[in-house]
Design a protein around this ligand. Sequence first.
Ligand SMILES: [Zn+2]
Length: 481
Amino acid sequence: MVIHFEILEEDIAGRTGRLKVGERVVRTPILLPVVNPHLQPVLPKEMKALGAEGLITNAYIFSRSEEFRDRALASGLHEVLGFDGLIMTDSGAFQLSVYGDISLTNGEVIRFQQDIGSDIIVPLDIPTPPSADRATAERDLSVTMSRLGEALALCGEKNNVAGPVQGGIFPDLRERAGRSVGEMGFSFCPIGAVVPLMESYRYRELVQVVMAAKKGIPSSSCVHLFGAGHPSMFALAVAMGCDVFDSAAYALYAREGRYLTPSGSAKLQEMGELPCACHVCRSHTAEELRQSEESERLLAIHNLSVSLAEIARVRQAIADGVLFELVDERCRSHPLLLDGYRAFLRHGEALEKRDRVSKRRFFYRGQESCLRTEVIRYHALLKRLDLPSRVVISLDGTGREGFDLTLFFKPPFGPYHPALCETFPIGQCELPCWDNEMVSAGCRGMRVLMESHLETEFSVTCPPEWRDLLMSELPGVQVIP
Ligand SMILES: [Zn+2]
């Protein structure tokens, strides 16, 4: 396998890394803009100037084009596109999903991609639409798997083939596919056929599909979320462990006069201001951009700039250990994205195993914060705390005489030893005024502590306004005045 992936830093299940294919190295997470040689609102060399380190194009379109096929075969894809970064090619599986049939075999598609010098090539997998029933998904998957086997046999040592993970919306099929692809030796795994879910904002199901696939794919593999997408979902997808994105959205949205932002899109027609720092927005008013003869092209440049900037922001958030804050912020830009975030948080136990030990901060941003991995991990740690026989847990922040130890209380975590007040997460946790959800979560921590230390006698001090909630969460707890 000539595709090497090295993980550098991690946050939640997200990671920054280095993807190396032959001599070409790119940083991940990465966005590969989609290039259609026939329709290029933005040239590949302009993409490079905007910061794109790689791109993706469609080998099937090249193979069908009289204009481009022979040139690509003669001088190579990088030369024809005028781009010396990483170039991945898709096989035509998308065309297959739209038109039902294409005129090339798996072997022909693979050989063609090799002959035009693509860095990462994709076999002709079968994208199973989310509407497909289980029998169809299983049948498609077995065809995909046999084509992956064929690809490995064809490529031998010089294997730069991606191993797509299919399986429709069935989590067990996705997991099994992910595991098989890993066992076959693929180190670059696109999760396929999720575009219909993203187009219809079915983020909850998208999360189920991606989390299931990730469960099967080896954690050392580079994961590509095929066809994603809109910058508002990059942070969430990265937090699940996706490393590579490709996007035609910058061009498709521009064609419809839509202006991308990291928190949604707007119609250029309705905009009075261009709230962005890219060179298009700073050198045009909204009216000038609408009136420009190059309106679509300029809008595509803006859309791509915004998408690439968001990927850079995600990478920085991982380096800083603040990915959760970014995911939370982005997922509040649309209610269905919030649904996706909540579905993601339901995988807290699995995510906790991957998450890093220490972070820059824990900003409480609402009830979802109570389900973060740091809270789950902290509650588990409480079980292992060494305690003397008489302990008071102080919710009001005051010490008490006559106890062997005073623990203080920080929601949503719960009781903490005074020696931990500077360490993560207690020391780096910033809260607004207490609310019911965070205090309830803290009481859950207290319950874990009490149930795991049956030899210890616990008392609690509590401000009057929280006494009712405390008693409903921990009936029978001994509250002292
Ligand atoms: Zn802009």
